[in-house]
Ligand binder design. Structure first.
Ligand SMILES: C[S@@+](CC[C@H](N)C(=O)[O-])C[C@H]1O[C@@H](n2cnc3c(N)ncnc32)[C@H](O)[C@@H]1O
Length: 237
């Protein structure tokens, strides 16, 4: 839904007050790895792959992926300030305030393959060129389970059309959810979308996490509460 000319964001932008170290990382370090909106792909080499994670939450998945795969570039998008601060702590390894000023200059080799978009991803979409993404992760998106809130769900025809423009042919859109309504909703939306095909050929393909999977906070919460996540990979045709 558009309010003014900006899409309206229904989730939370900030939670508890940040601890000192995280607050310092936000002030001192975030500006150096924020995505440059004027030249968003300037950090990506000619033959490098580019992955996008939408709504990375506490950043566990994005941090581990980007630290393990230094040859791949990552854009992480998250609106929730506390989540962004947590990601900064994970990718730098900095936990206390004293470490921030001591270690900040040593960090570029840990973080040169990742850029952060600390706002609504829908504001970045128009700034990205066609077919620039190899993989997109949308992991445990807010399910908005009530029928009257269905128009807030991220998986919808408009966003799928945009993602189809941005993902390369044979690129992957990965959606994980622990919510039954959202699972069926996603499968229906993707079934109706001519640009993607579901890669699963048997139950194990969507019941088990994929090979490059990293557990997320919301996945752990789902498992604690007895809900089984599903892992849906769709290939851009
Ligand atoms: C349910 S949480 C899941 C977080 C994480 N992926 C996980 O699995 O732990 C959904 C996250 O998506 C973020 N989010 C929702 N819509 C977004 C948007 N349009 N742009 C960026 N982030 C978004 C929310 O702020 C929230 O942190």
């Amino acid at each position: 839904m558009l309010i003014g000319d900006k899409p309206h964001f229904y989730g939370r932008r900030q939670g508890r007050r940040l601890r000192k170290a995280k607050s310092a990382l936000m002030d001192v370090f975030l500006p150096s790895i924020k995505l440059d909106s004027k030249n968003p792909l300037s950090f990506v080499g000619k033959n490098q792959k580019l992955y996008l994670e939408i709504g990375f939450g506490d950043g566990d998945h994005l941090a581990e992926h980007s630290l393990k795969n230094k040859d791949i570039c990552y854009i992480g998008a998250e609106v929730f300030k506390n989540g962004v601060a947590n990601l900064l702590s994970l990718i730098t390894g900095i936990k206390t305030n004293d470490e921030v000023s001591e270690q900040i200059s040593l960090l570029s080799n840990r973080t040169d393959n990742i850029r952060i978009w600390d706002d609504d991803i829908r504001l970045l979409f128009p700034l990205l060129p066609d077919a620039c993404l190899d993989k997109v992760f949308l992991l445990f998106p807010d399910p908005w389970p009530k029928k009257r809130h269905a128009n807030r769900r991220f998986v919808n025809p408009e966003n799928l059309q945009i993602l189809a423009r941005l993902i390369k042919p044979n690129g992957i859109l990965r959606i994980a959810t622990d919510h039954t309504t959202y699972k069926f909703w996603t499968l229906r939306q993707l079934h109706n979308c001519p640009y993607f095909e579901w890669t699963a050929t048997c139950g194990a393909d969507w019941k088990n996490p994929p090979a490059d999977w990293v557990e997320t906070k919301y996945q752990r919460k789902a498992l604690r509460e007895g809900r089984k996540p599903v892992f849906l990979d769709f290939r851009r045709k």
